[in-house]
Design a protein around this ligand. Structure first.
Ligand SMILES: Cc1cc2nc3c(=O)[nH]c(=O)nc-3n(C[C@H](O)[C@H](O)[C@H](O)COP(=O)(O)OP(=O)(O)OC[C@H]3O[C@@H](n4cnc5c(N)ncnc54)[C@H](O)[C@@H]3O)c2cc1C
Length: 346
């Protein structure tokens, strides 16, 4: 056995929501061999495996009676060039935000719009992280993953990952088939800022920056995020709890007529993205609590641990909001984070 398997581990501090949960077994694996050994150990014991990165997009609704495996593979390197891009490979265990800073420091811009997103590099492809007009897929080259069905490491390109809005093959396929080992980014050699997203454009305008550098965009994104989102170190949360619903033109027309203030974004394919935060706010949930779970008073899309909340309380609040939004608008909200240990009856 290469990596230590710990028993009965408290996971509370290993998630940004900070709800109480314990893992029967826990292993932090720093290499593919350690991952392979930990999986073999779990197989030999007949216990399930749950992959955990930085814990910023998961809700533990119960203790986990198996092995929680945290891929901690380190390393960042410039590994090549294409005609258009610098190829930069980063280990799954590296922190996302530190990686964004590191690429800028080395003169390889392109990830700056995604600054300050918590979590690990290995988890970034799972929901195709996105913010301020950019998604991971826009800067993705390929990733290396350990395929648990074959026991082999494989390279998956963008097509194989089937990225969508906060979605990928990793979310749709049986959970945890692939363990991401590293991600290779394609960072544009001819960089231009992507600064048209409203909050970002306003922040740059307020700073009187007309032609932003990548560092300017990074600084502006950090400032906007610090102003708008609660810091998980102070208030437990998982960022946006719901995806923005995508609707067809007829549904959008129905809602826009009934609710003149509707906040929505037209999509290139004729669909509309509705601002889930607006729907929740209109339904009167901003700042409301259920048990120890609370809707953030300034940001209706963020559900928080108001102190001493359980995962079940967070999910009960999410369910109450989703039911209310469905009743008022006939729109189904879809949760963004991964729920672990949700009772089958729910
Ligand atoms: C304050 C705040 C702001 C946020 N803002 C954004 C935002 O702007 N945009 C956005 O997209 N997200 C945002 N998020 C959500 C979250 O930060 C991202 O989804 C992040 O990528 C999760 O990384 P993690 O390492 O914490 O993953 P975890 O929460 O640990 O895991 C998430 C999922 O990925 C799987 N996973 C983790 N590592 C691996 C691996 N190596 N291989 C295979 N599967 C793996 C887990 O099994 C789980 O299913 C925010 C969260 C918070 C708390």
């Amino acid at each position: 056995m290469l990596a230590a398997i710990q028993t009965d581990v408290d996971l509370t501090a290993l998630t940004t929501l900070g709800v109480p949960a314990r893992a029967a077994f826990f292993c932090k694996a720093g290499s593919v061999d350690e991952i392979r050994d930990a999986l073999a150990w779990a197989d030999s014991k007949g216990v399930p495996v749950q992959i955990l990165g930085g814990g910023s997009n998961v809700v533990f609704a119960a203790d986990f009676a198996g092995l929680v495996l945290q891929p901690a593979l380190p390393g960042r390197a410039h590994v090549g060039e294409t005609t258009n891009a610098h190829l930069v490979q980063v280990g799954a265990g590296e922190r996302w935000h530190d990686t964004v800073s590191w690429t800028l420091q080395h003169g390889w811009p392109g990830l700056e719009n995604l600054a300050l997103i918590p979590g690990s590099v290995g988890a970034a492809p799972i929901q195709n992280i996105g913010a301020y007009g950019l998604e991971l897929t826009d800067r993705f080259h390929e990733l290396e993953a350990f395929d648990r069905t074959t026991g082999e490491s494989v390279a998956l390109d963008r097509e194989a990952c089937r990225f969508g809005y906060r979605d990928s093959v990793f979310k749709r396929h049986p959970r945890d088939r692939w363990i991401v080992l590293s991600v290779t980014f394609a960072l544009p050699r001819a960089w231009t800022p992507q600064a048209s997203y409203r909050d970002l454009a306003e922040e740059l305008l307020a700073r009187k920056i007309a032609e932003p550098s990548a560092q300017d965009v990074f600084d502006a994104v950090v400032a906007v995020r610090q102003r708008k989102l609660p810091d998980p170190a102070e208030v437990g949360n998982v960022g946006s709890f719901f995806k923005n619903p995508l609707v067809d033109a007829a549904t959008w027309q129905r809602l826009a007529s009934a609710f003149p203030g509707l906040v929505s974004y037209p999509q290139a394919d004729g669909h509309f993205k509705l601002a889930a935060g607006w729907l929740i706010d209109q339904a009167g949930w901003k700042g409301r609590s259920l048990g120890h779970a609370r809707v953030h008073p300034n940001q209706a899309l963020v559900l928080t641990n108001a102190g001493g909340a359980t995962g079940k309380e967070i999910l009960a609040l999410a369910d109450a909001i989703a039911e209310d939004v469905a009743r008022r608008f006939d729109i189904q909200l879809e949760a963004e984070p991964i729920v672990i240990g949700k009772p089958a009856s729910d």
